[in-house]
Design a protein around this ligand. Structure first.
Ligand SMILES: O=C(O)CCC(=O)C(=O)O
Ligand SMILES: [Fe+2]
Length: 263
């Protein structure tokens, strides 16, 4: 394990119970596994994703995605229904876009299950399976606005969100621009009420007024990066090429409970 206390990034060769605990116990802010997928897999998978094609988020203009984020449902019953109706189909779409490589989020789910004593499951909600493995495409010059990720906002008063102790962002970087595209993190944790107030009518907060981020991580192709999604975070604009990732969240509900994954 190689730990730089200055920026609180733990870089390791593989996911393990120990490095997951370091992240969960807030000893580190970011856990990075370089080479989670190799460069040939990155090339084949990014071609497969591009060939499938991206469509825009329902509520975040100019941000492309394959699959759907539960964040897009915005508590609207018809969109929630659509999310669940397409969840398994979207998992299969991701798999076929990655073929002949395994979809890296499937591999991630297996490794999490292998390493965490209580295992790791696909998240259930309203007695239905959620989707996992959202692929995002960010165009050059356009940042992902600052936000935190709160499952509870989108599914309030459910046992699945009430039991959540913490929520982590998971990203596998399949094609990242040479310049820009950093994951920026601020140490602040704001209440969801404050966040919703400060973001106004945008899906997130503008980055500049927040001042310098407390840390930035520049992802490399093939990296798996996990971080505390309750911290304010953003993606800085990249230059030249699109930035392609496959993403998820994982939830922690105590040492003897299974971890869970969803998008
Ligand atoms: O693409 C990234 O580096 C992070 C995106 C993000 O906001 C998330 O995964 O929660
Ligand atoms: Fe996020």
């Amino acid at each position: 394990m190689e730990l730089s206390t200055q920026d609180a990034v733990l870089t390791d060769k593989e996911l393990s119970k120990e490095n997951l605990e370091a992240l969960i116990n807030r000893e580190v802010l970011v856990l990075r596994i370089p080479g989670f997928i190799d460069s040939e897999a990155c090339r084949v998978i990014s071609n497969g994703l591009r060939n499938h094609g991206y469509s825009d988020y329902l509520n975040a203009p100019s941000l492309g995605r394959i699959g759907m984020s539960y964040f897009e449902t915005a508590r609207k019953p018809e969109i929630i229904e659509h999310y669940f109706n397409t969840a398994i189909q979207n998992i299969k779409i991701l798999r076929s876009a990655c073929y002949p490589y395994p979809c890296p989020i499937d591999t991630f789910r297996c490794v999490m299950d292998e390493q965490w004593p209580a295992g790791c499951n696909l998240q259930n909600l309203y007695n239905k399976k959620m989707f996992v493995g959202l692929s995002r495409c960010m165009k050059p010059g356009i940042p992902l606005l600052a936000h935190h990720d709160m499952f509870g906002r989108h599914a309030p008063n459910t046992p699945e969100t009430d039991s959540l102790i913490s929520q982590f962002g998971v990203n596998i970087y399949v094609d990242v621009p040479e310049a820009g595209g950093e994951l920026a993190i601020w140490l602040d944790e704001v209440t969801d009420e404050e966040f919703l107030h400060r973001r106004g009518s945008q899906y997130g907060m503008s980055i500049e007024p927040l001042g310098e981020p407390d840390m930035t991580v520049k992802p490399e192709n093939g990296d798996l990066i996990l971080f505390n999604a309750r911290k304010l975070h953003a993606v800085l604009a990249g230059s030249g090429t699109e930035r392609l990732t496959i993403s998820a969240f994982f939830g922690y509900r105590g040492d003897s409970s299974p971890l869970s994954v969803w998008s």
